[in-house]
Design a protein around this ligand. Structure first.
Ligand code: NAD
Ligand code: TYD
Length: 350
């Protein structure tokens, strides 16, 4: 059995990647390494936790010695690195945590991989998962290409950009076999409800206001999380050494229209009068330095590796809302305790 390390596997996207790999590749032993921050939740992996080819290891990627000992013990042949601090608003209130996990943590992983692979890189791969936010903000026209110059504008995107540069530098300087992908906004089951989509679903459920930043005119490209997980599978196995792939849904929405869409579907599913949830929309103070628009050109991934986003937007959103409505205990568990403190702190002055 090949030992494959997935970092951040207890988080939103990581849990989908772990599930896909554990089910699809019985000859891989998947080791999920996660610190279990507020965003990490082993309940996301209940359905596969007893599979013989799955193991969970609780560790912090910032802890260099522990990481090195884990690499020594497991001799991973591949690394898929998703562990990160991922929420822009938190990076504005506490940038340091993002520097530690996203930059220092990534360097620790690169060093640990180098140290066990010892320049014998045959059959090895270090796959770094990144975001389209490293490219900065677009106006009304154009899309991000793999060649678009980096222009990160939030502490989150700056920390991810920095880690991308380091991964490429280890490829160029030490020959470490790396691959990188930069993806647009994901939505789907198991996303922590600090992010726009699950936050709105949860608030509509409780008849709470829906905080839309600024005028709601900012634009994001949305991709169903399982489509991202499938792209990661494809890139991990077939992507070129040292290459970068952009992943996107070709599915742009202004925040206001997206929130309206969620309201419309939720009204239907909850048997509420059409238009009633929309009344919960409340315009609040804008995010500092709020990027206007992200849009991805994923032609390279489509042409070279044959990937296509499968979920149609309406279908993906119906599925997502249905999942949150039939997993209300999951939502209630993650929104108890610290979440309430976070929510009150984040939104009380907006
Ligand atoms: P998430 O916040 O849901 O999960 C992050 C996971 O990393 C959690 O399980 C957390 O416990 C773990 N973690 C955090 N710090 C750690 C540390 N120091 N050591 C070990 N584990 C740690 O994030 P997500 O939305 O699933 O994003 C996963 C990756 O994908 C990130 O690298 C993010 O930058 C990238 N990404 C996310 C999106 C998106 O829309 N969510 C889009 C593009 C790229
Ligand atoms: P988010 O889900 O935090 O993802 P990102 O900042 O990585 O794109 O936010 C998506 C968009 O929604 C972004 O433009 C900010 C906006 N937003 C709101 O309007 N209200 C909210 O309460 C949140 C969390 C986000």
């Amino acid at each position: 059995m090949k030992n494959i390390l997935i970092t951040g596997g207890a988080g939103f996207i990581g849990s989908h990647v772990v599930r896909l790999f554990v089910n699809k590749y019985p000859h891989y032993k998947i080791i999920n390494l996660d610190k279990l921050t507020y965003a990490g939740n082993l309940a996301n992996l209940k359905d596969i936790e007893n599979k013989p080819n799955y193991e969970f290891v609780k560790a912090d990627i910032v802890d260099e010695d522990t990481l090195m000992a884990i690499f020594d013990a497991y001799r991973f042949e591949g690394v898929i690195h998703l562990a990160a601090e991922s929420h822009v608003d938190r990076s504005i209130s506490n940038p340091k945590e993002f520097i530690m996990t996203n930059i220092v943590g990534t360097v620790n992983l690169l060093n640990a991989a180098r140290s066990i692979w010892k320049e014998n890189y045959s059959g090895k791969r270090f796959y770094h998962i990144s975001t389209d936010e490293v490219y900065g903000s677009l106006g009304d026209e154009g899309k991000f290409l793999e060649t678009t110059p980096y222009d990160p504008r939030s502490p989150y995107s700056a920390s991810k950009a920095s880690s991308d540069h380091l991964v490429r530098a280890y490829n160029h300087t030490f020959g470490l076999p790396v691959v990188i992908s930069n993806c647009s906004n994901n939505y789907g089951p198991f996303q922590f409800p600090e992010k726009l989509v699950p936050l709105c679903i949860n608030n509509i459920r409780h008849n709470r206001t829906l905080p839309v930043y600024g005028e709601g005119s900012n634009i994001r490209d949305w991709l169903y999380v399982e489509d991202h997980a499938k792209a990661i599978d494809l890139i991990f196995h077939s992507g070129g050494d040292g290459e970068t792939y952009n992943i996107g849904g070709n599915n742009e929405w202004t925040n206001l229209n997206l929130v309206r869409k969620l309201c419309e579907i939720m009204d239907r599913k909850l048997g509420r009068e059409a238009g009633s949830s929309e009344k919960l929309i409340t315009f609040v103070k804008d995010r500092a330095g709020h990027d206007f628009r992200y849009a991805i050109d994923s032609t390279k991934l489509q042409n070279e590796l044959g990937w296509r986003p499968e979920a149609k937007f309406d279908e993906g959103f119906e599925k997502t809302i249905e999942w949150y409505l039939s997993n209300q205990t999951w939502l209630d568990d993650v929104t108890s305790g610290n979440y309430t403190r976070y929510y009150d702190g984040m939104y009380k002055n907006r």
